[in-house]
Design a binder for this molecule. Structure first.
Ligand code: SIN
Length: 281
């Protein structure tokens, strides 16, 4: 792929590319924006270094790709509700996003993409891992692909944000509400077709996918467990080492990610803007 205004260096054989030659703080001309958009589709997660992004510029960049999400459970910044502060203080035990997931798959119209900007990073650790769900789908046997192609799964935030869920009380540095008892459930295809690239991607994740439509949780568990293991194998992944001012922009329609929690006693502070997507098909 050739790009007119930016340099794009892949970071692994599976997905991910580091971009140079773009200042996200400036008003991007259409040609540079088109390059970035194309690199995002080509590599599923793109990385930038040394970006001095204010919340205004961060949201303005996100809005070029679509409307922005206000998280139903995690409070955003007072003046910028679409900007989530992801903070782990030195004394916190649990981090946010510390398990494989695709952002907001518990919504009827899950997120298109997420743009994460680092404000303060630990001296070591706190990397984010990404896994290509195109590669995960493509590596399956024809028989498995055929079976999964017709299946639907139920996604909900109940385990992460429901009463007694994983979230609120454990992450004291973030303002996270528990959902009511009636956390909504939505049906999504197990294999989705990317609306822009036309490629097929696996679309189940450990955090929010509970069971298959027309099956019990017990019946669903063996196949779900296989898929959860399968879709995050090392050969489908890349890993990003954060530096202050770095930005990662990932495509939740084709990628899962995992925030590593290996920097106890140190502070990590990020800001995330999440772009709304459409209903998976
Ligand atoms: C997330 O959005 O899941 C958090 C990712 C990270 O903090 O690295």
């Amino acid at each position: 792929m050739s790009y007119k205004n930016i340099d794009v260096q892949p970071v692994s054989g599976a997905l991910g590319a580091e971009i140079s030659g773009a200042d996200l703080n400036a008003d991007l001309d259409n040609e540079t924006f088109d390059d970035i958009h194309q690199a995002f589709l080509d590599h599923q997660v793109i990385f930038f270094r040394d970006q001095d992004l204010s919340p205004e510029k961060h949201t303005a960049f996100g809005r070029r790709f679509g409307s922005l999400n206000v998280h139903p459970y995690v409070k955003g910044m007072a003046d910028h509700p679409e900007v989530m502060e992801i903070i782990k203080e030195p004394e916190d035990k649990v981090n946010f996003g510390g398990g494989w997931h695709s952002d907001m798959s518990f919504l009827e119209e899950p997120a298109l993409g997420s743009i994460l900007h680092s404000i303060e990073v630990p001296s070591f650790g706190g990397d984010t891992l990404f896994a290509s769900q195109y590669k995960a789908y493509e590596a399956l046997s024809d028989g498995m692909k055929e079976m999964l192609d017709g299946m639907v799964a139920i996604h909900t935030a109940e385990r992460e944000y429901g009463q007694g869920g994983n979230s609120a009380m454990k992450r004291s540095s973030m303002d996270i509400d528990n959902a009511n008892d009636d956390v909504p459930k939505f049906e999504h295809p197990v294999v989705r077709t990317h609306p822009e690239t036309g490629r097929k991607a696996l679309y189940v994740n450990m955090a929010f996918t509970m069971y298959f439509k027309n099956m019990t949780r017990r019946e669903s568990r063996p196949l779900l467990n296989f898929l959860f293991d399968h879709c995050t194998q090392e050969q489908f992944t890349c890993r990003f080492r954060w530096t202050p001012g770095a930005v990662a922009f990932w495509d939740n329609r084709a990628v899962q990610h995992f925030a590593l929690n290996d920097y106890h006693g140190q502070r990590r502070h990020m800001r995330r803007v999440t772009i709304n997507g459409d209903r998976p098909h």
